[in-house]
Every structure is written in structure tokens, then in C-alpha cells.
Ligand binder design. Structure first.
Ligand SMILES: Cc1cc2nc3c(=O)[nH]c(=O)nc-3n(C[C@H](O)[C@H](O)[C@H](O)COP(=O)(O)OP(=O)(O)OC[C@H]3O[C@@H](n4cnc5c(N)ncnc54)[C@H](O)[C@@H]3O)c2cc1C
Length: 427
């Protein structure tokens, strides 16, 4: 039987820098000011901000650091939220939406600034995102940082016969997310914070004015606990588990094919598209193609099924590339899945959900800028500036209704795919 894609080894694992030396659960102190549950980008960036402010915190992860979505994603970091701008305005109003959009751009700046630091060389950032459209006409007004590409200029970047136009922006970057997370964890450890791997939090109990966090036989006390569990949290996360759905999405990486790639996809930018249920891809430094697509709300595809799905999608967008891959016996080498935490409205939950219990989760498929943006706001609030959370507090809490919500999520995805096809056929 082919292995399950959710636990499969990724290209990032194969090319990752050495992970930092974390602590044993037994060596934790009996009490911390703040305990963070979850070692993805949300938890790690919060841990770092608290370190900068001199607040002692411990972070515990059920698996490895960045073993969840943060270390196995597409590696695109660009502005915006998983919810589109209009949706954010509908949810929180124009004023707060503008603050949230600014924060999301601040998240990109924070990431890029860190990627330029010593110790982050393995993150290997490359500036430039090319957003392509398979239907319609270019927007009448483009943001000043984007360059419109049509005709020969577009063909010089991508030879797909399906793209109508594209715009290139230097605002976003592509990078090696696992190496970034390992460097960030190393910085937090170096600043004296505690990180424990392989420590699933089983329960969180109230003990007087404090919270008691239990993992196996170990219990530690905390003034505050922050749930940064993304799409991996279970019933132990209490009310948060009723607000988020774990949605799986998939990536495949080809065998190396530098020359074939240069012929069919000359661009060095990361490419995504404007479809509601689209895909994204980028050239990796060793001449492979990383290709991401698809969601499932139930079960997880096996690695072999992801390989087939990726190969088929490459053929749909680049028939010529697929033919040349076939001729040169270039296959899909590694394939994997990851969980994203999605709220009904696609926006995260950031703030206090019970006295002393905070959440920073639900970044969906757009967390590489928004998780650190939210961590900046939450750390300010934890340090005595509650107004920093105001725009997040306006995001309504909406139940996802477990399996019923999952059926709705899959149906909505198929609906979006159908609309995408229709839009392409009609334009
Ligand atoms: C395949 C894929 C591709 C993506 N591509 C992109 C992209 O290109 N750009 C982008 O911006 N976003 C992308 N995303 C989304 C992005 O990766 C996520 O939004 C982001 O990583 C979420 O970070 P997080 O810290 O909230 O969650 P995670 O990184 O998932 O971390 C959550 C952690 O919590 C831990 N945990 C859960 N429960 C417990 C418990 N009880 N005790 C202890 N630990 C626990 C888990 O082990 C896990 O490590 C992608 C996601 C996937 C899956």
C-alpha cells in the first residue's frame, strides 16, 4: 500500500538544515508565564516576540517543530489573507479591514526581513510572484507594485496555452519554509525560551487563577496558554475545535528537469492563478518543479494518488511540458499533504476565548504572512496593549458543524471548480 500523504517525507525534509536541539519534557520548569501549544509559524513567531520582550515561555508540539503545515507548504509568502479583501470588509467593516490588510503586508515585511538575517540562509528566498488568469480581462486598476503581462511578454514567462494575462509583483517571495522555521526555533531557543517536541497536550485545566497544561504524565502551570494548533488540534483544544475545520491540501515535486523547465516555464517567479480553486507552482533550486493543488475535507489521499493528481494537472496546464516529461521519463518524485485550519469565513481566530486561554489559529491556505502578522498583534496584547487585537476581535465566531461542515466544504470546492471551468469556457 502506498503511504499516507499526510505523513509522507517531503522535499523540504530531504533538503532541510539540521533541526535545532530542543528540550526534554522532563526538563521543563514547573511553571511559565505563557505556554504555547503548537510549533508552526504561529506558535514560533509568538514565542520569538515574547522572547524579545523578556517574557519566559514554553512551546510544546505534538510532533516535530514545523511538522504541520508550516514546514510542508508551498513556500509562497505574499500579502493578503485566506479570505479575499471583499470578504474581510463584509466581516469587519472597511476601517478594520484596512488595518488587517496592512497587518498582512506587515507580516510579509517581517518574514522578508528575517530571511535576510544570518542563520536564515537555508530559507533561500527568491523575490517575485506571477499571478496568471485563465479567463476574463486584466483589472482596470492594478496596484502600483504589479506589472501587467500579456501576449509575448507573458509567453516569455510561461508557455501555457491557457493563460490570458498575468501580473508580476516583487512584493512576495518564495522560500524554503522548513528551514525558515528551524532557524526561527533556533533563535527562540538561543534567547532562552523552552521548546519541547513529541509532547502532545492532552488537556488544559483551570487551577485557581492559573491553567494546568498536561502532556502525558507531565503537568506544567501557566498564567496564560495560547493554542497555535492550526489544522491539527483535536478535542483537547476545547471550543476552538468547533470553530475550525481541518482541510487537507496536496503538493507534488518532480524529478529534476532544469532544461525542460526552462523551455516551458522560463519564469523564476512563483506562479499562482486567480481561479477560486486553482493551483500554484515554482521552480526549486535543484531544477525540480513543485506543484500544489486540491483539497479534501475527508480522509487523506495516498502518495500514489497525489502523484497521479499532480501529473494530470501539469498536463492540463502544460500539455507540452507533460509530453516532454514523459519522453524524458521525468516523474513525480515526492508527494505529500498537509492540514490547514479553516474557519467558516476563512479568517483566523486571534485573541482570548476563555480567561487566560488564547488562540492564534485558522490561517487557512495563506499563513506564511498572516500567522506572523497575528503573532505581532497577540504578543502586543499579552504585553499589555489589548487594543492591538481590536480588528481580530471583530471577526465573528462561527461554528463549523464538524462532518456537516466538511461535506459543505467539499461541495463548495467542487462548485468553485465548476465556476472556474465555466468562466474559462465563456471568456
Ligand atoms: C500543502 C500546503 C501548502 C500551503 N501553501 C502555502 C503557501 O504557499 N503560502 C502560504 O502563505 N500558506 C500556505 N499554506 C498554509 C500555511 O502553511 C498555514 O496557514 C500555516 O502554516 C499555519 O501555521 P500554524 O502555525 O497555524 O499551523 P501549523 O504549522 O499546522 O502548526 C500547528 C502545530 O500544532 C501542533 N499541535 C496540534 N495539536 C497539538 C496538541 N494537542 N499538542 C501539541 N501540539 C499540537 C501540530 O503538531 C503542528 O505542528 C499551505 C498549507 C498546506 C498544508
Amino acid at each position: 500500500m502506498s503511504p499516507n500523504a499526510l505523513t509522507a517525507t517531503t522535499w523540504y525534509d530531504q533538503t532541510g538544515i539540521a533541526p535545532p536541539q530542543t528540550m526534554a519534557l522532563a526538563d521543563l520548569a514547573p511553571a511559565y508565564d505563557t505556554v504555547i501549544v503548537g510549533g508552526g509559524l504561529a506558535g514560533l513567531s509568538l514565542l520569538w516576540h515574547l522572547a524579545e520582550a523578556g517574557v519566559s515561555a514554553a512551546l510544546l508540539d505534538a510532533g516535530r517543530i514545523a511538522g504541520g503545515a508550516s514546514g510542508r507548504n508551498g513556500g509562497f509568502c505574499s500579502a493578503g489573507w485566506a479570505a479575499g479583501e471583499d470578504q474581510v470588509i463584509r466581516l469587519v467593516g472597511k476601517g478594520k479591514a484596512a488595518v488587517l490588510e496592512d497587518a498582512a503586508s506587515g507580516g510579509v515585511r517581517w518574514m522578508r526581513e528575517r530571511m535576510g538575517r544570518k542563520g536564515y540562509e537555508g530559507a533561500d528566498p527568491k523575490v517575485g510572484i506571477l499571478t496568471v488568469s485563465l479567463s476574463g480581462r486584466p483589472p482596470a486598476v492594478m496596484d502600483a507594485a504589479s506589472r501587467l503581462l500579456t501576449g509575448a511578454a507573458l509567453k516569455a514567462e510561461t508557455t501555457s496555452p491557457r493563460y490570458r494575462y498575468g501580473f508580476h509583483s516583487d512584493g512576495g517571495v518564495q522560500f524554503h519554509p522548513l528551514n525558515f522555521m528551524r532557524a526561527l526555533a533556533g533563535d527562540a531557543l538561543g534567547a532562552g525560551q523552552a521548546i519541547v517536541e513529541g509532547a502532545k497536550i492532552d488537556r488544559i485545566d483551570r487551577q485557581g487563577s492559573r491553567l494546568a497544561v498536561t502532556s502525558g504524565r507531565k503537568t506544567i502551570q501557566a498564567d496564560r496558554v495560547v493554542l497555535a494548533t492550526g489544522g491539527y488540534g483535536g478535542p483537547e483544544t476545547g471550543g476552538l475545535s468547533r470553530l475550525l475545520l481541518p482541510i487537507r491540501t496536496y503538493i507534488g515535486v518532480t524529478d529534476p528537469m532544469p532544461d525542460i523547465l526552462s523551455e516551458h516555464i522560463p519564469t523564476r517567479a512563483g506562479v499562482d492563478d486567480t481561479r477560486r480553486a486553482g493551483n500554484y507552482y515554482r521552480r526549486l533550486p535543484d531544477g525540480r518543479l513543485l506543484w500544489g493543488l486540491g483539497i479534501t475535507a475527508f480522509g487523506t489521499l495516498e502518495v500514489e494518488a497525489v502523484r497521479r493528481m499532480v501529473a494530470k494537472d501539469i498536463g492540463n496546464i502544460y500539455p507540452g511540458l507533460a509530453r516532454d516529461m514523459h519522453k524524458a521519463a521525468v516523474g513525480i518524485d515526492t508527494a505529500w499533504a498537509g492540514n490547514m485550519g479553516y474557519a467558516h469565513h476563512f479568517m483566523p481566530y486571534v485573541g482570548e476565548i476563555e480567561p487566560g486561554l488564547f488562540t492564534i489559529a485558522g490561517f487557512g491556505g495563506h499563513g506564511m504572512n498572516t500567522a506572523p502578522a497575528a503573532a505581532i498583534a497577540l504578543s502586543k496584547a499579552l504585553l499589555g496593549e489589548p487594543a492591538a487585537l481590536e480588528p481580530f476581535s471583530a471577526i465573528p465566531r462561527q461554528a463549523t458543524f464538524g462532518p456537516i461542515g466538511a461535506v459543505a466544504a467539499e461541495a463548495s470546492y467542487r462548485w468553485r471548480q465548476m465556476n472556474d471551468r465555466l468562466a474559462e469556457a465563456l471568456s
